[in-house]
Write a protein that binds this ligand. Structure first.
Ligand SMILES: Cc1cc2nc3c(=O)[nH]c(=O)nc-3n(C[C@H](O)[C@H](O)[C@H](O)COP(=O)(O)OP(=O)(O)OC[C@H]3O[C@@H](n4cnc5c(N)ncnc54)[C@H](O)[C@@H]3O)c2cc1C
Ligand SMILES: Cc1cc2nc3c(=O)[nH]c(=O)nc-3n(C[C@H](O)[C@H](O)[C@H](O)COP(=O)(O)O)c2cc1C
Length: 616
């Protein structure tokens, strides 16, 4: 070791021996291995840190006080973690450039600070509920304030918006767009055009973030190089790579399947599986309320069908995104085949000169296009509108595969190194053809001993109250019941003093009563205080959980008055809006509030974290 490196060692926050050991460890490694190792080390360090606090109350992601001079605020609104992840990485990269940055979840942002902000970067997703595009639950207050009459003029604010969405929804990135337009209308200075990221988030978020970083480096980072740490990623900054490498979405853990059990009986119209996976050796932690991310593999019969329809050879090598793989592998592991997208339909129509298909892309045909996207798959398009594709162009045009999320149905207090999920198979027949959803088909067909690539997606807003004496009301029809299995296991392990009330629903009691014996046992043991069920098709009139809520309105109101937390999980299209309406009615009838006050009260519960939803 040289004298200068010895001098440098003296400045390090580790002992000389540790530094020497580290130098020996990295000797001879190439840049790829070094990069991996740096991530691995960061992950190991991360694992040693104390677990984050359960965020049942809104928290600022980085506890930095109100904005000060030349400070950037990165504000995010996220329902399922994507916007949060992008914002966290952006904040980390900005910090690495020497910029003063604070990262804030939208519900922790003091709207009174808005006037004091100078640089505000917003990363926000859109989540439709019923027909209407909505902000993520953590951003409702911020969104309402900003779009409301009390929002101040903002001539001193410079801002940029990254909107996250999914182009298969009618109102693509609607919330990000409204925030961006509103800030402009309030007189704020838009630094960059709004970026709208589809499910292939990195494709748009990467360049947007690089622009933000370049601007920050030029205008906000300290001029004195000594005060400016070297950016972690060298010259060309790549934002969307993991900043630490415990297992993550980008670096998933290979979990062994321990069990895959059908939990509906043969008479059921559905196939629902209870799947148990081993996390042994991963160091992965989760809390009840979090989700498991799963990277599926497409069924070989589907990739074969597509290759045959196109007359392409699976072993054709294709290079895309600096990766060279055989076409069959691109289709099987890297591309969406069961979800049709507007950009692909447009590319297919243009390539094949299909005027009928092109007509569907016109604004007046939005409903027909939405129908096509929701009910057809790639193979339908290839068969109905034959078009020549070469392997390279096909891979470039198809949407990159995205992981599927599943609410975790177990508590580590009970299952230790395992994680359990509840998966409903998406499968249907049309015109003699059999179709399925990529993620659910993959999971339902796994066998014991197989391995599945997984990661944990934390959902701070859907955790149990820290105060175990609080009551909880859980509303989870269908697979929406999954997180409540985890909740009950946790409450039992903690010997929580609070009461637990579950509302469950499905078509038939006889065939679809998911985890029936477990609920009955929990009732017997007193862990579950009350269970109300709604089997919609066991009688002539349809009965759903929202009907049961109304019937039990007086007791529900009594529990809420007593401080109960209310959790809703499952269908976003019908169930969540109907349950929301039922809760407002209960507040009107039993809390004697006006309809407006009841709606405002429920929004207040949401902002407070006492009403939490995990809907999909
Ligand atoms: C936070 C979160 C938690 C979740 N938790 C759970 C959970 O606990 N359990 C669970 O099962 N799921 C859960 N989901 C949903 C899950 O992530 C997947 O979306 C679901 O499994 C379907 O994915 P897939 O890959 O099977 O289908 P995809 O491949 O994504 O979609 C299949 C395609 O087929 C179409 N389609 C479906 N049915 C029909 C039909 N009848 N006719 C014509 N077209 C049709 C669809 O429109 C879609 O385009 C959760 C989602 C989120 C965001
Ligand atoms: C239930 C549900 C509804 C959604 N509705 C919309 C929508 O109306 N418009 C849109 O552009 N994206 C919609 N999306 C897609 C999300 O915005 C997209 O997945 C985004 O990456 C999620 O980011 P988040 O994890 O930060 O919430 C929806 C997603 C879900 C699960």
């Amino acid at each position: 070791m040289t004298q200068s490196s010895n001098a440098a060692l003296a400045l390090l926050p580790i002992s000389a021996e540790t530094a020497k050991a580290a130098a020996e460890l990295v000797q001879g490694l190439d840049s790829h291995a070094l990069e991996w190792l740096s991530g691995y080390m960061a992950g190991a360090a991360h694992a040693l840190q104390p677990a984050p606090l359960a965020a049942s109350a809104p928290v600022s992601a980085v506890p930095v006080p109100a904005p000060t001079e030349q400070q950037i605020t990165v504000l995010y609104g996220s329902q399922t973690g994507n916007a949060k992840r992008v914002a966290e990485r952006l904040a980390a990269e900005l910090q690495a450039c020497g910029v003063r940055v604070r990262l804030v979840r939208a519900d922790a942002f003091h709207t009174s600070d808005l006037k004091k902000e100078q640089f505000l970067y917003i990363v926000v997703s859109t989540h439709s509920e019923g027909d209407a595009a909505q902000p993520p639950d953590d951003s409702r207050g911020f969104f309402e304030f900003l779009t409301g009459r009390r929002a101040p003029k903002l001539p001193d604010l410079s801002y940029a918006v990254l909107a996250l969405g999914d182009s298969s929804y009618a109102d693509f990135c609607g919330i990000g767009r409204r925030i961006d337009e509103r800030l402009e209308a309030l007189g704020a200075n838009r630094l960059f055009e709004r970026a709208e990221a589809d499910v292939d988030i990195e494709h748009v978020a990467g360049p947007w973030a690089r622009e933000v970083l370049r601007h920050a480096q030029e205008h906000l980072a300290p001029r004195d190089p000594a005060r400016r740490p070297t950016p972690a990623t060298g010259g060309g900054v790549t934002l969307l790579r993991p900043t630490h490498a415990s297992w993550s979405r980008e670096r998933p853990f290979s979990a062994e399947v321990l069990a895959n059990q059908r939990i509906v009986s043969t008479g059921s119209e559905k196939d629902v599986r209870h799947i148990e996976l081993s996390l042994a050796g991963s160091g992965l932690h989760y809390q009840p309320g979090d989700a498991l991310g799963v990277w599926p593999t497409q069924a070989p019969e589907l990739t074969d069908h597509i290759l045959t329809a196109l007359g392409l050879a699976g072993d054709t090598e294709v290079t895309q995104d600096n990766e060279r793989l055989p076409l069959a592998q691109w289709l099987g592991q890297r591309r969406e085949l069961t979800i049709l997208t507007r950009p692909f339909v447009a590319a297919h129509a243009e390539r094949g000169h299909h005027t009928e298909l092109q007509a569907l892309l016109q604004p007046h045909a939005a409903a027909e296009l939405a129908h096509l996207l929701n009910s057809h798959q790639l193979i339908d398009l290839l068969c109905q509108y034959p078009t020549q594709w070469d392997a390279e162009a096909l891979v470039a045009a198809l949407r990159p595969l995205a992981p599927r999320m599943y609410s975790i149905a177990s508590s580590r207090e009970r299952v230790e190194d395992e994680v359990h999920i509840t998966v409903a198979l998406v499968e249907f027949e049309r015109e003699g053809g059999r179709y399925w959803g990529a993620g659910s088909h993959y999971l339902c067909n796994t066998t014991e001993g197989a391995h599945v690539l997984v990661f944990i997606e934390a959902n701070e807003r859907f955790h149990l109250p820290q105060d175990t004496a609080r009551d909880v009301i859980m509303i989870g029809p269908g697979t929406g019941v999954a997180p409540f299995r985890a909740f009950l296991q946790q409450r039992q392990a903690e010997a929580a003093g609070g009461r637990n009330w579950l509302f469950f629903g499905n078509p038939h009691r006889r065939s679809d009563f998911l985890y029936q014996t477990e609920w009955l046992q929990a009732l017997k043991e007193g862990v579950l205080t009350r269970l109300d069920v709604a089997f919609s098709r066991d009688q002539t009139e349809k009965i759903y959980v929202q009907h049961r809520l109304r019937e039990r309105g007086a007791q529900i109101w009594e529990w809420i008055e007593h401080g109960a937390y209310v959790y809703v999980c499952g269908d976003a299209e019908h169930m969540a809006p109907d349950v929301h309406a039922a809760l407002i009615e209960i507040a009107t009838e039993h809390g004697h509030k006006s309809a407006d006050n009841a709606a405002a009260w429920l929004n207040g519960m949401l902002a407070e974290g006492r009403y939490a939803r995990d809907v999909y």
